[in-house]
Design a protein around this ligand. Structure first.
Ligand SMILES: O=P(O)(O)OC[C@H]1O[C@H](OP(=O)(O)OP(=O)(O)O)[C@H](O)[C@@H]1O
Ligand SMILES: Nc1ncnc2[nH]cnc12
Length: 182
């Protein structure tokens, strides 16, 4: 096996499928076993940090909540700042807000626009790309704040939910990088 397929197999082996969660018909991809394994968590952080460097990112934006856990160590590893996109009502300062639908519901997310500048190139980090609703809303927030999106990095893409074309339409040629696709 090459190094890449080793890492892919390791990451895949640490994601747990939970049927009918949080609602009937959804196969939930649980990353908590991966987080509990230091080799897998480090490999994931290193892979995302490489994407940050390759895309010329100046900051990492993590999407609440699992994108915080994955994105913060990537920012530290790549020597970049971290900016949270939070669910509505959690940020204390002036925010931009965006409503969206995801695989199992609807929500609204917010960002402190003052944490981004016109010179920033943002790497968006999250665990799962499903319908793309969450990531698309975060791209819209970043663009409305006046910054550029350097790329979107996710651990796992659920290809059958067609999130990728939706993100590509919202991006100006920036890559959507998924370490695993199912
Ligand atoms: O592509 P989509 O259909 O938008 O779904 C993907 C999003 O759904 C999950 O977040 P969730 O809102 O469940 O938040 P959590 O991390 O707080 O559990 C996941 O972490 C992504 O952010
Ligand atoms: N099937 C899934 N598993 C984990 N997170 C998700 N977010 C949206 N769909 C998901």
């Amino acid at each position: 096996m090459t190094e890449l397929t080793d890492i892919t197999a390791l990451l895949l082996s640490r994601i747990r499928d939970v049927a009918d969660y949080p609602e009937p018909g959804v196969m939930f991809k649980d990353i908590t076993p991966l987080l509990a394994d230091p080799a897998a968590f480090t490999a994931l952080t290193d892979a995302f940090a490489e994407v940050a460097e390759r895309t010329g990112a100046t900051k990492v934006v993590g999407l609440e909540a699992r994108g915080f856990i994955l994105g913060a160590p990537v920012a530290v590893r790549a020597g970049l700042g971290f900016v949270p996109v939070r669910k509505a009502g959690k940020l204390p300062g002036a925010t931009l807000a965006q409503a969206y639908d995801l695989e199992y519901g609807s929500a609204e997310i917010e960002i402190h626009a003052e944490d981004l500048t016109a010179d920033d190139r943002i790497l968006v980090v999250d665990d799962v790309l499903a319908t793309g609703g969450t990531a698309e809303a975060s791209i819209q927030l970043i663009q409305r704040a006046g910054a550029e999106v350097a790329g979107v990095a996710v651990l796992m893409e659920l290809g059958f939910l067609n999130g990728r074309p939706r993100l590509e339409a919202a991006l100006d040629g920036a890559p959507v990088e998924a370490l695993l696709t199912v």
